[in-house]
Design a protein around this ligand. Structure first.
Ligand SMILES: Nc1ncnc2c1ncn2[C@@H]1O[C@H](COP(=O)(O)OP(=O)(O)OP(=O)(O)O)[C@@H](O)[C@H]1O
Ligand SMILES: [Mg+2]
Length: 441
């Protein structure tokens, strides 16, 4: 194409030179030839500019010859390709927008600073967000819970989710989750769990009522059985053995009812408790005694290593339930001759109560499920040891109410470590330390 254009230029200039030669001025002839060539290009440039300025992109390209024919055609093809890409992109965008607005969960895109960049239809319905007013607003200005602020700031911890009542409509219970993506952006998803939480409440009330109702008849039953089995003459009674079994089982039922009531109480109040100073060292002494009694036939090595000055703020009754569950588990699930070690200390992260055992251990698959109610790794064996699977659920809730958390590490066949971690805000400077400070002063 370019070669043809050279030839055209040479031809026009030579023609000009020839005419100039005939008229007696070759250079003038060549100049006129060149000018004609230039004017032709200007003519086509003008056509191109007019065509490009056309508002509709599908107007056929202007007629052109030589190199201009190629240029017009190539631009036209490029325009067509652009147009089809634009159509595809628009279709993809529409699809995404339709899907996002059909989504029952609220979706909000947050910038690195926590400002709202975009949200879908459900976010208007569930959280009352409005466009364009709420765009660019900080999310914690709109959802004003202190816990939510911490949740947003902590967004890297994407595994966790949070439950709140919608600030827009308090009858809506929402479950929030944050998924970080791209460069510092995050997607906040809010799911309507009103129905589920209502059912959950019904279940809680049901369990609470049943447990409560069972308490009195069980107390009466155990009372009678106790009298019947401790009677000296009762050994001669052929019903003595069955009676003893019945007594043991009613006792167990009483234990379950007590645990269920405790769990319900813990679940009903999710906010943390302040409580009073809990004498943990004294509690540990008591737990050791209890453990010795529980495992009297197991010849286990029971040791403890604790900071006798370390106390925490909390509810003694609940802390005792939690710690006692962990110690009794260790005794129960560690075979004869095993080792159990209790630790109580504080470090930069807070106070820790740790129970280690050299028992049967738990597979990593089961660990996340341990704190579910009624979950037992080996149902048959657990039943034998009298376990119902409520203990660790209680531990988890007690710790939650004390701003703490339970962490579990375990290896099958080697042993387990259950650790109750309390934040340092719960630690109380003990009397001993205070007195030593006073003495020093
Ligand atoms: N130290 C441990 N070593 C091995 N397995 C354990 C240990 N602690 C708990 N488990 C397993 O976890 C399960 C759940 O423990 P949890 O304390 O919740 O219930 P439980 O001891 O069976 O019954 P409960 O405590 O209500 O009397 C137990 O059944 C047991 O299988
Ligand atoms: Mg237990």
């Amino acid at each position: 194409m370019l070669l043809a254009e050279y030839w055209r230029l040479i031809l026009i200039v030579s023609l000009g030179a020839f005419v100039g030669f005939l008229l007696g001025d070759i250079s003038l002839g060549m100049l006129i030839g060149m000018s004609i060539y230039l004017i032709r290009h200007l003519f086509y440039i003008n056509k191109l500019s007019k065509w490009l300025a056309e508002p509709k992109s599908n107007v056929e390209p202007p007629e052109g010859n030589g190199i201009w024919f190629g240029i017009f055609n190539r631009i036209f093809k490029l325009q067509k390709r652009n147009k089809s890409q634009k159509v595809k992109l628009a279709a993809a965008l529409t699809r995404f927008q339709e899907a996002a607005s059909a989504m029952p969960d609220a979706m909000i895109i947050l910038t690195q600073e926590g400002k709202i960049e975009w949200f879908n239809q459900a976010a208007r319905r569930l959280l009352g967000l409005k466009a364009p007013q709420d765009i660019e607003q900080h999310i914690s200005n709109l959802i004003r819970y202190p816990a939510f602020k911490a949740f947003v700031e902590n967004q890297l911890d994407a595994e966790r989710d949070m439950e709140i009542l919608s600030p827009f409509d308090e009858s809506l219970a929402l479950q929030l989750r944050i998924a970080p993506y791209g460069k510092g952006k995050a997607l906040l998803v809010a799911r309507d769990i009103t129905q589920v939480s209502r059912l959950e409440q019904v279940r809680r009330h049901f369990v609470a009522n049943i447990s409560h109702e069972l308490r009195t008849p069980l107390t009466v039953l155990t009372g009678y059985m106790e009298t019947l089995t401790i009677n000296k003459k009762s050994h001669e009674n052929p019903w003595f053995q069955p009676m003893q079994h019945m007594y043991a089982q009613t006792n167990r039922m009483q234990g379950i009812v007590k645990d269920l009531l405790l769990l319900t109480r813990l679940e009903n109040y999710t906010e943390s408790i302040v409580g009073a100073e809990v004498e943990v060292p004294e509690l540990i002494e008591m737990l050791l005694e209890e453990a010795r009694m529980l495992g009297h036939d197991k010849t286990q090595a029971l040791t403890a290593d604790y900071d006798s000055t370390l106390r925490i703020m909390g509810r003694r009754e609940d802390i005792q339930s939690a710690f006692s569950n962990l110690v009794s588990n260790a005794v129960r699930y560690t075979p004869k001759g095993g080792r159990i070690h209790i630790k109580w200390f504080s470090d930069a992260t807070g106070a820790h109560f740790i129970v280690e055992d050299s028992g049967m251990g738990i597979s990593s698959m089961d660990i996340p499920r341990l704190t579910e109610r009624f979950f037992r790794v080996d149902e048959a064996r657990s039943r034998e040891t009298g376990g119902t699977g409520l203990g660790l659920a209680i531990v988890k809730h007690v710790l939650q109410r004390h701003d703490g958390a339970l962490s579990i590490t375990s290896e099958l066949g080697k042993g387990s470590q259950f650790s109750c971690n309390f934040p340092d805000t719960r630690i109380v400077i003990s009397k001993k330390q205070v007195s030593s400070i006073n003495n020093a002063g």
